[in-house]
Structure formats: C-alpha cells, structure tokens
Design a protein around this ligand. Structure first.
Ligand code: F6P
Length: 328
C-alpha cells in the first residue's frame, strides 16, 4: 500500500454512541502504524471551525476502548451547514496541512462531510456512529448493539414491576425515525407489542390485540414504542387512551432516553469499531473517499456516502413476522 498521505484528522459528530472511542483509537493507532500524523478535532465540525485541533498519538488513546461517550467530544453544529462555516473549517485545516478526514457520526454528520469534500476537496471517509442503525449499506452502526443490550436490560427490569402489579407498560425507546431499536429490543425482551414508524399498526389493531392478550390470560403487558412512531401524539396520550379502554389495568409510561446512548460498548461494538477504524485509514491510503465504511455479513466494505444516506436501512420483514408470531 503506497501513498503520499501523511496527515489525517479524526472527529466525532452528532449524538455520541458507544464504540466511538474504540473507533477513534483504531484510527489514531492505524495512522501511527502507517507513519501518518493524526490530529484529533474536538467537538465535531464545531472544533474544525473554532480550531480545536490537537495532534494525537498511540498513547493519547490508551484505556478508552471500553469507554462510552467520546473523548473527542461531539456536537451538532449549525454553523457547518453554512458556506461561511465550512470555509473557516477549510482554512483551519490548511494551517495544519490536513487534507483527509475520518468523520465518525450519523447521517447528518456524513452529509456534512460529503458536502465539505465536494466544496473544498478535503477527502472524507465516514464511520457510521449512531445508535439508530438508520444508515443504508451497513447491517450495523456503531453503538446500535450496545444500545439494544441496554434497552433489553432496562425492559427486563420494568417487566418485574409490570408482572407484580398487573400493569400495562409503555416503554419508549430511541431511534429517531427508525424502528430498529424498538423491534429488536422488543423481540429480545419479549414485548407483547412493538410500535415502529415503518409499520403503522393503527390504534384499533392495537386495542384488538391487547384485548386478545387479556382474553388469553395475560395479566400484564409490555408495549415498546419507538420514539418515531406516529400512532399517538406522544406516548403519554397514547397510554391514557389505552387505559380508558382497559380500566382494570393500570398503565405506566417509561421513556428510556439517553441511557441508551451511554455506557461501556459491547464486545461486538468494540470489534466493529476497531475494524472500521483500521479500514477507514486503509481507504484514505488507497485514495478512496466520499465513502462510508460498513459491515455486510461479516465483511467490512465501503459504500458511497450518497448511497448510505439514501433511505436508511429497511426493517427486516421476517423480523416483524417473528415478532407478531411470538408475542401472541
Ligand atoms: O441519533 C441519536 C439519537 O439518540 C436519536 O435516537 C434521538 O432521537 C436523538 O439522538 C436525541 O438527540 P439529543 O441528544 O440531541 O436530544
């Protein structure tokens, strides 16, 4: 592998996700392995604009493979959406002589990186870092597996109360407009119902299904609701509507929220992050850019960022069927 590449930057952007640190570590160490200088850019694109850029080496990223969050900090940067902001960012990168970036983040961050490359010629390779799993071209984004495990663990605990008190629990999970977390955590935790934006169940079908559960002897139920689901205005309204129809059940709402974004990454996410980080540097060495690194099957691949941003990742219909069958 030969190349004139001798400096790269790495940043984490958008919502943090478990595994981002492991990916930063892999990028920094892989760069050092190939005798490339690596610069950490702090607070995502915001740090590119405000010149928060620091040289890193293999030891700067010690003891972080197991840590949640991101040592580089993260932000959602409005200024980078403007031409003026991106010009400031380019001028700062020029000061350091950096012309290649690894951007670790979700769809907004990858879109930002792509526009930056098109406008200023800075080579960008993306690593999908988001718990939402809403990028096409990869079966798993960084942090998704950990978030699923966190959600399942939380739902298991809530189930203890649901059973003890004969309650109907509505548990809202994250995922923005995508139902991957809800569907998989719902199956994993044995939920009675899973409501996702990709499949509009309709309130009447839900009522019918809950009636059926009651008649079949269920005394409590867990309904996992993806935050992007559109059935009700919000999960609280939804819950009180259901309570009116099931007066002998008490309903409760639990919003899992940001606990799903934090915590030590799972082994799967650590390994995925390490492989993606090394591969991202390989891409830059091979002069490949405007691509996102992904995993298909067990193979690390690249996909043009444009394709990764097209329509997210489809919900597996077979999984929806499994969920419907096993929750009767
Ligand atoms: O994209 C990750 C995510 O956690 C989504 O699931 C959620 O909708 C959003 O970020 C929350 O963002 P914030 O932390 O800015 O409130």
């Amino acid at each position: 592998m030969t190349s004139k590449l001798n400096k790269i930057g790495v940043l984490t952007s958008g919502g943090d996700s478990p595994g981002m640190n492991a990916a930063v570590r892999a990028v920094v160490r892989s760069a050092e392995f190939h005798n490339i200088h690596c610069y950490g850019i702090y607070k995502g694109f915001e740090g590119l604009i405000s010149d928060e850029i620091k040289k890193l080496n293999a030891r700067s990223v010690k003891n972080i493979v197991n840590k949640g969050g991101t040592i580089l900090k993260s932000a959602r940067c409005l200024e980078f959406r403007t031409k003026e902001g991106r010009l400031k960012a380019k001028n700062n990168l020029d000061k350091y002589g950096i012309n290649s970036l690894v951007v670790i983040g979700g769809n907004g961050s990858l879109l930002g990186g792509k526009i930056f490359e098109e406008e200023h010629g800075v080579k960008v390779v993306g690593i999908p870092g988001t718990i939402d799993n809403d990028l096409a071209g990869t079966r798993s984004t960084l942090g998704y597996d950990t978030a699923l495990n966190t959600a399942v663990d939380a739902i298991d605990k809530i189930r203890d109360t649901a059973i003890s008190h004969n309650r109907l629990f509505f548990i809202e999970v994250m995922g923005k407009g995508s139902g991957h977390i809800a569907l998989n955590a719902g199956i994993g935790a044995g939920a009675e119902e899973v409501l996702i934006p990709e499949k509009n169940m309709g309130i009447d079908r839900l009522l019918k299904s809950l009636k059926h559960s009651e008649q079949s002897g269920k005394s409590s139920s867990i309904i996992v609701v993806s935050e992007g689901d559109k059935i009700g205005d919000n999960v609280f309204e939804f819950s009180s509507y259901i309570e009116k129809n099931f007066p002998h059940y008490e309903t409760r709402v639990s919003i899992l929220g940001h606990i799903q974004r934090g915590g030590s990454p799972s082994c799967f996410d650590r390994v995925l992050a390490s492989r993606m980080g090394v591969f991202a540097v390989d891409c830059l060495l091979e002069n490949k850019s405007k691509v996102m690194v992904g995993i298909i099957g067990d193979q690390i691949i690249t996909v043009p960022i444009d394709d990764a941003l097209k329509g997210g990742q489809e919900i597996d219909k077979d999984l929806v069927r499994v969920c419907d069958i096993i929750s009767i």
